[in-house]
Design a protein around this ligand. Structure first.
Ligand code: NAP
Length: 323
């Protein structure tokens, strides 16, 4: 495993980390979840990602249970939560968003579910147009000073919104956001590479990026259809199928088919190649992997080896497919 600093902070995250979205508390059972966390840990993963909204809080419950069961040392792992979507079945106005109230309540609930005394990382899962950014920065600063959160950040905020939060924090001697959690993969790169560019140097922003495989699309598993035991085959995730495959005119599948053929020519697994491509970006602090079974995770964790095998010319050929 390789470890990278989270932006300009002193926290070292494993370059490959592991998240619970869609899988924990819904798609997979408790035993498979335990096996996945154990496999990740045994391979040097030290960061486990979660959110209040994942399976309405059940993903955090399962992760907390499994981490306790595996007796992972608290000073050896990093665990996150995110606030915004709420964990209630039908959230009341005070049970979602980024108000001081919900940011505080959601933190307390995540601590209980994850069975920890502090969250290492706590993200604002989306921007909240109904709450001033200053209120959220102040709420996060309070949680940091109370020792309930170590580093706070954002997820899918615009560059301008992050810059506003940083400026308000600096002007008032408050803790500023340390990291952003954006989507980043071969099919989705503008924000990480262009929009956030000034924030890496100016604000020391780190990034923990999500969906490195575009929900599995970049493995090539959807090249010839959608299997019922795959993520996009789940009836409850019909919206995701549209988002991932795109409109017919988007030709995302066509690009992935060409990418799969190139991977075969290079003798590489498309999944490993796509994850390695994310790792090549020095502004990526950690690539958050998702997996529904241990064999997938074990394959994906070997992506770091690809960096030693693929040369600049072949990376250019890959870029040309998606360009
Ligand atoms: N902040 C946010 O808004 C946000 C949003 C999304 C995700 N995230 C975080 O990022 C993490 C990773 O995102 P993601 O799960 O979308 O990552 P991903 O790597 O794009 O997709 C993971 C899924 O692809 C399939 N897969 C993975 N490796 C495979 C392999 N080698 N062969 C075949 N299929 C494979 C599995 O689904 P199937 O087996 O079911 O097909 C797996 O669950 C999440 O768990 C979450 O922690 C954050």
């Amino acid at each position: 495993m390789q470890y990278r600093r989270l932006g300009s902070s002193g926290l070292q995250l494993s370059a490959l980390s592991f998240g619970a979205w869609v899988t924990f508390g819904s798609q997979i059972g408790r035993d498979e979840s335990r096996n996945l966390v154990a496999a990740a840990w045994d391979n040097g993963v030290n960061f486990f990602d979660n959110a209040e909204g994942y399976a309405k809080g059940r993903a955090e419950q399962v992760m907390g249970d499994v981490i306790a069961d595996l007796r992972l040392p608290r000073d050896g792992f990093v665990v996150s939560s995110k606030v915004f979507f709420g964990s209630a079945e039908d959230p009341a106005p005070t049970q979602r968003g980024l108000s001081r109230k919900h940011v505080t309540d959601a933190c307390h609930a995540a601590l209980k579910r994850l069975r920890v005394e502090y969250l290492d990382l706590y993200y604002c899962h989306r921007p909240d147009p109904e709450t001033p950014i200053s209120e959220t920065v102040l709420a996060m600063d309070t949680l940091v000073r109370q020792g309930k959160v170590l580093y706070w950040g954002t997820s899918e905020w615009s560059g301008a919104q992050i810059a506003e939060a940083v400026a308000f924090a600096r002007a008032n001697h408050l803790y500023a956001p340390t990291m952003e959690q954006p989507q980043y993969n071969l099919l989705h790169r503008q924000r990480v590479e262009q929009e956030y560019a000034p924030l890496y140097a100016d604000a020391g922003l780190g990034t923990t990026i999500w969906s490195p495989l575009a929900s599995g699309l970049l493995t090539g598993k959807y090249n010839d259809g959608i299997a019922t035991d795959s993520r996009l085959g789940q009836p409850s995730l019909e919206w995701l199928q549209t988002a991932v495959l795109g409109e017919p005119a988007a030709d995302r599948l066509g690009k992935v088919r060409r990418f799969s053929a190139l991977a075969a020519e290079l003798g590489e697994s498309p999944a490993q190649l796509a994850i390695a491509w994310c790792l090549r970006n020095p502004n990526v602090s950690s690539v958050i992997l998702g997996a529904s079974r241990v064999s997938q995770l074990e394959e994906n964790l070997r992506a770091l080896d690809v960096l030693e095998r693929v040369d600049a010319q072949d990376w250019q050929r890959i870029e040309a497919i998606f360009g």
